[in-house]
Write a protein that binds this ligand. Sequence first.
Ligand SMILES: Nc1ncnc2c1ncn2[C@@H]1O[C@H](COP(=O)(O)OP(=O)(O)O)[C@@H](O)[C@H]1O
Ligand SMILES: [Mg+2]
Length: 291
Amino acid sequence: MNDQASALRQIVQNIKNQRARAPSEGARVVCVTSGKGGVGKTNFTVNLAISLSKKGLRVLIIDADFGLANVDVIMGVTPQYDLSHVIRHEVGIKEAMFEGPNGVRIISGGSGVLDLLNLSEAQLSTVVDKLLCMEDVADVILFDTGAGVSPNILRLIGASEEVIVITTPEPTAIMDAYALIKTVLTNSTGKKIRLVVNKAESIAEAHDTMAKFAGVVRLYLKTEVEELGYMLSDPTVARAVRLQRPFVASFPKSQVTRDIEAITWKFMDSQPAEEAKGLRRFFGNLMNRAK
Ligand SMILES: Nc1ncnc2c1ncn2[C@@H]1O[C@H](COP(=O)(O)OP(=O)(O)O)[C@@H](O)[C@H]1O
Ligand SMILES: [Mg+2]
């Protein structure tokens, strides 16, 4: 009982800490990515967002998968505008934000994130001023990116403070995740990299995959990747996608929902990278990388 009470106190304190961070230091900017496609990034991002939101945090998802933007499809919402409308000054940032389940906000990147990289410095700074308003509405900003090591994804990863890499236990996904992390580490140092194993057939397989992967990265890349958690393979995910209602909302008692819950606590517990400075720093980094 005592243990439970102190655990609860810790949880409340964590929420307070994360909240307290918002006005002074800005939101936690997190990039969700993978080496291989189809490993579950979008489902992970959407459901983590809802789960964080249920714990009292304000969450914004930026759908930055230029090829297969589908956060809106999984959430069952239809965006009218995206980031490229904001950049072209056609709408304000608030109009481009739409609300999904549990108050989670979403901005569809469209080609907007790419456009950002092609603006002149003067244009960029007016746009960035607008975009910084996003920080007023979010404690956590999650970028759902595409897969692989394309220059644009690397720029996004490079600009974010935290990276969550998703892999499945399949050797091909693991090899691609390793290649991605290797490239990320040669492009930028001091980044916090966390690993999620998705579609594992058992808890043992999940742990085994995480431990082996972390071991190889430690040995060859001299870097610690943090194990954020796992999601077991669960037919609920596909069912929720078909319903266009994220599983955390539509199947709250399912195995994957419990897995996401555990990941959520771990995420809230973990401290962001030391130099974390929110969106302002993110855009600063993005500008430097665009040059
Ligand atoms: N834990 C899981 N169990 C079963 N199927 C899953 C799981 N996670 C994702 N999927 C399925 O994998 C496919 C790809 O998921 P998605 O989130 O779109 O991946 P990505 O964004 O990485 O391309 C979808 O068909 C989804 O239903
Ligand atoms: Mg996706």
